[in-house]
Write a protein that binds this ligand. Sequence first.
Ligand code: XMP
Length: 486
Amino acid sequence: MGARFSSKLDSAPLAATFGDFILLPGKAAVEPSEVDLSTRISPSMSLAIPLISSPMDTVTEVDMAVGMARLGGLGVVHRNCPVEEQVAMVRAVKRAESFIIRDVVTVAPDQTVSDARALMDARGISGLPVVADGRLVGIVTRRDVAFAADQSRPIREIMTVDPVTVGPDVTPQEAKALMGQHKVEKLPVVDRDGTLLGLITARDIFSMESRPESTRDREGRLAVAAAVSPFDLERARALDRWVDALFTDVAHFHNEAAMSAAARMAREVSADLFVGNVGTREAAEEALSRVDPVAGLRVGMASGSICTTGEVTGVAAPTLFAVAQAADAAEALGSDASIIADGGIRGPGEAAKALAAGASAVMLGYALAGSREAPGQPLMFGGRMYKFYRGMGSPSARRRRYALDRYSRPSKEIAEGIEGLVPYRGDLETVVRKFVAGLRAAMGYAGASSVRELWEVGRFARVSQAGLREISPHDVRPLEWRPEVG
Ligand code: XMP
């Protein structure tokens, strides 16, 4: 008697989710505060903390991407907008802080004081190099324009001529020393002929010094990534000049057309390319073999807090299961592509489990959507503050995408995401610091002093339903308010 179909059930693997397993305690050699959370996600990019914000239009725009990079993580700017808008967001992140600003806003000597003032106000900057025929002829600052009685005077009459300048090879230390010596806050960068190449500001130097953990590119600008459809080479090319990484954004990357399009994209862009989402070992193996170069894989299908894919279609690859599958695939192929665990990570516990299962970093939607830096204003509802959070496959997000993006044809007639509210949690920095403190504690308990060590020493145990109940707060009704005790 054949058992072709019943054996499918009998031999089915366990698609484990975060709640099925716990990490076992292990001997700790370091205190949680000494745990090194740094992680390498591509040959050219390391993060001080293994956290990446999801490319969703209620999670990552400019403020989130700037905030994540400042804190040592990375933001992936969503693609639910026209190409020009996404490029503008990415450029705004690059302009937010840098050692040498390349994309300098300048004025001509014949423009008026009021022109300079309007430009400063519109761009939120406090000094403008004055350029004639590509050459630097002076600099005008907010102070100069504030003291000019006649706003219609040409800039040449109020600018500082012969400003202190530096060459392109200047180091941050040299620039800082020169600023101190001459008591200036801006240093134009010029070549031998006086052609303006860039601008260094004191604010950026101080900011770099105060946050050595920030994720930066070679020029000292904050690192940023952007999402693309694998079929949208035009968008990838437009973004490539500005971004450090591109992440493909498809629910099911294990698809012939998506794989071959991404393989082509990998050959055409210079940014690190992360592809996904994948959910099985076979998908990971095929992605790693066909897309070259590939920096990493986005892994997990249908685990997201706003996903209905699994519920609607019955098809899913829960993130913990998918990460272990993809990590095995990478190891078997000798690939050093990183595994990015994506979906279902509510807090440091799930993140620690994902890392122990072979991930190099985790991608967060829900966990960051309530922070101030996520797009949109907090809403008051029933006396509490919330922020709006929606799946990119939700009806309203899809409507916006189809209206904008010819690469996002409605191939499926069903919505695969929901929209809703998440509690408002305040500043991103506070949210991330809490998350990081929890992750350090988790790694301390697991006996790992680094992400790599967690791959080696992290041990899982299956937990029973009774065990799961017991390790959550139980029997005591939590208080909304706290009495004064002690
Ligand atoms: P969390 O759990 O962090 O998950 O909120 C965020 C991740 O969910 C994915 N995503 C979706 N998946 N339908 C889906 O099936 C959707 O509408 C949707 N929107 C986002 C995405 O991988 C994200 O990083």
